[in-house]
Design a protein around this ligand. Structure first.
Ligand SMILES: C[S@@+](CC[C@H](N)C(=O)[O-])C[C@H]1O[C@@H](n2cnc3c(N)ncnc32)[C@H](O)[C@@H]1O
Length: 295
């Protein structure tokens, strides 16, 4: 009979990594479901595999690795999981539109909705844009994905946060786009010069009070508030100033990700400022998620 390493482990009652973390998942399923909505065992084990490999700096096979080889990590990881620390921050990595990006606590973890926006733009603007601007660049995923996929010959990414710009710089180097992308510290477009034929933004768009109950507690706890929230009483003014700045730097198309409850009003705001061809577009779940307009 063929004795595999897996059955050998079973025979000797040695716990594999899969065995240990499966038991952990089953014992803490309620707490984990609360912290990580939609998490199932299969995905949890994939995340654990990547995290343990990163920490051990070696590839890991859940069935071939004895749990004891990484026992020293158990307390640390168990605690992080029960606190709901996003996997991307533990891994310092987020996958976005065919690339891996460095992320840390100073940047928003890029979302599938933003990936969907980038996909739409790539389909429409590949080889068709010259200068592209990304406002609120964070980890740089939007501007770097666009440039890496042939949208724009040169790009500018701006952010108000020095720490976020440090992350964007690392990603710019990872994708070897330093010569094409300039990163600038700026409050919206205040320090931006020149015009662009494409401006894209995923700004902070959650109202700090009235929208907050829709935000998952782990997002609120771990992700930078500067990337998420704007004060309720400042919200309209913030976007009015922002759109006016966009208008004076745009000779082409503007795309923005935004809040489903605000986009219709913001579309009207764009109309008052003289933007044309204004559309509110849905995301992959059919929820209003983006603005598109031209000058
Ligand atoms: C929702 S995050 C988007 C990050 C990234 N573009 C993405 O899509 O994953 C918003 C970003 O805007 C930046 N930000 C907030 N207020 C800003 C402002 N007034 N001017 C420029 N950037 C700002 C935040 O630091 C954050 O990085």
């Amino acid at each position: 009979m063929l004795i595999t390493r897996r059955s050998f482990f079973k025979e000797l009652r040695i716990k594999t990594l899969r065995g240990f973390w499966t038991d952990y998942f089953n014992q803490h399923s309620a707490e984990l479901a609360d912290k990580y909505p939609g998490l199932n065992l299969q995905r949890f084990l994939l995340e654990v595999k990547d995290i343990v490999a990163l920490k051990l700096k070696a590839p890991v096979d859940l069935d071939q690795s004895e749990y004891s080889a990484s026992e020293h990590l158990t307390d640390e990881l168990s605690e992080l999981f029960l606190k709901g620390m996003p996997f991307a921050y533990i891994l310092e990595n987020a996958e976005f539109f065919h690339h891996n990006y460095y992320v840390n606590k100073n940047v928003l973890i890029p979302r599938p909705e933003t990936e969907y926006l980038v996909d739409m733009i790539v389909k429409e603007f590949k080889d068709k844009a010259n200068r592209v601007l990304d406002v609120g660049t964070g980890s740089g995923v939007i501007i770097l994905s666009l440039l890496a996929h042939g949208v724009g010959k040169a790009g500018v990414g701006v952010d108000i946060s020095d720490e976020a710009l440090e992350v964007a710089k690392i990603n710019c180097q990872r994708l070897a786009l330093e010569k094409k992308v300039q990163l600038i510290k700026s409050d919206r477009l205040q320090k931006v010069e020149g015009t662009f034929d494409l401006i894209v933004s995923n700004p902070p768009y959650i109202k700090a009070s009235s929208h907050k109950e829709l935000v998952h507690k782990s997002v609120d706890k771990y992700e930078p508030h500067q990337a998420l929230y704007l004060p309720d009483d400042f919200y309209v003014f913030w976007f009015e100033d922002f759109f006016a700045e966009i208008r004076s730097h745009l000779k082409g198309t503007f795309f923005m990700e935004g809040h489903e409850l605000e986009l219709d009003d913001q579309a009207k705001m764009l109309g008052r400022l003289g933007f044309q061809n204004i559309k509110v577009l849905n995301d992959m779940s059919g929820t209003k998620r983006y603005l598109k307009a031209t000058i």
